[in-house]
Design a binder for this molecule. Sequence first.
Ligand code: FAD
Length: 478
Amino acid sequence: MTERYDVLVIGGGPAGYAAAIRSAQLGFKTACVDDWCSPAGEPALGGTCLNAGCIPSKALLESSEFFVQVRDRGSVRGLKLGQLSLDLAAMMAHKDKTVTELTRGIATLFKANGVTWIPGRGKLLPKNQIEISGSAAKQVEAGEIILASGSMPVNFGNAPFDGQRIVDSQGALAFKEVPRRLGVIGAGIIGLELGSVWCRLGSEVVLIEAQEGFLPVVDEQVAREALKQLTAQGLDIRLGTRVLQSRVANDAVVMRYQDQNGEQEKIVDRLIVAVGRRPNTDGLFAPETGLLIDEWGFVHVDEHCRTNLPNVHAVGDVVRGPMLAHKGMEEGIMVAERIAGQATTVDYAIVPSVIYTQPEIAWVGKTEQALKQAGESYRAGVFPFAANGRAKAMGETSGFIKILADAHTDRVRGVHLIGPHCSELVACAVLAMSFGASSEDIMHTMFAHPTLSEALHEASLAVAGRAVHIAQTRRAKP
Ligand code: FAD
């Protein structure tokens, strides 16, 4: 007899595992098929995020930043250290241990919630059938199917991966030694994070970016500050520059590129290609299912992640919207709850984004340029970390927080942060916006002193021209 589940999820990344766990919590007989294998060849849950994305990159970003703090800033705080040296193998071992513990944690959660984990590849067939290939090859059926197959790096024709010298983001998280000269194609979020890791550890890093503008998705004022700070750290960011060809020669990579001065050549020891990711729909469904894919290759879904097929849903990187783990998780939970008859929704207007460089960059809502372009009137309040007591004590005074509020209703439309721990601070802004807060609501909230979050409070005061810890234009008495 065919194995049958109430809910079957294809993909065990953050979107898929969250959908599976929530489905099981709601009482559905649930299975999750996933084909990821660890470098040791063991099946591993967690998808790109845990195995080759968010977690290993943050482990290396944290470790490399710790290295820089000790090397460059220890003496200012009165720490006298002997000769500092880098044990890259130990740093990588810490990253790998973090990944293993977290991926095993998902397996434990599956067990605790009664989710059946099926290692292997899943393929959607007509009539709610799923073909599973791999060591447990079989066909199963499910009442509801959730596609969560994620995304994969785009292969750039002018710099094809060779897995050794020309690598994708996953390869860049496992270098065995610090490259002396490192090229990165793409100065987007992943390129900047990976470039930062290796720059901190001693590589000479050049980032080649085809676009003229730096971080066009980010608020322009923040992007300007980020470019200044990152360049000062030694990242050589070349905008408006196109790679024409890359070839491996004598244990190095020769990159030919074009900028405003014409064609040039640059030799690097390793090249990371970080030009974007594409939805992973390879072999995901049989054509006779009639599953609709949009013009960019994403599985077509509505705002509730329903595909054009009854009882088939899709979540995470394989559907439209920002390729972010937390967005996928929220979608996975929404779908499970909607299957259970609940009216859960995802508020796509307040998905936070973070770039884990130093300083960290984070934002939620509209940028100032987007508000201007839409002709919306707004008021801005900006507060620099240089005037924040905690940031001073930490010696991390670069950057600022900016709040954009509607000029008529005062409702917060966007919050943009660059500075220390902004990845954590943005949560305050998301919370405020999810409750429809005005800048005055934040102004009337009490923040503990001395904390970095006081900069958010002061930015809200600055919207009304009444920041306490910076001089704002004096107003006439009422
Ligand atoms: P994935 O995590 O890609 O998981 C999909 C899973 O499905 C994989 O295990 C895949 O092998 C499996 N699969 C695919 N097809 C099949 C099939 N047919 N059958 C069975 N299994 C299948 N996002 C953040 O929010 N914060 C970050 O800091 C961050 N950092 C990143 C850093 C890097 C270097 C990279 C590459 C990405 C980063 N991301 C980050 C993005 C984040 O990893 C993705 O948005 C997230 O993993 C998407 O989750 P998902 O569940 O949709 O897909």
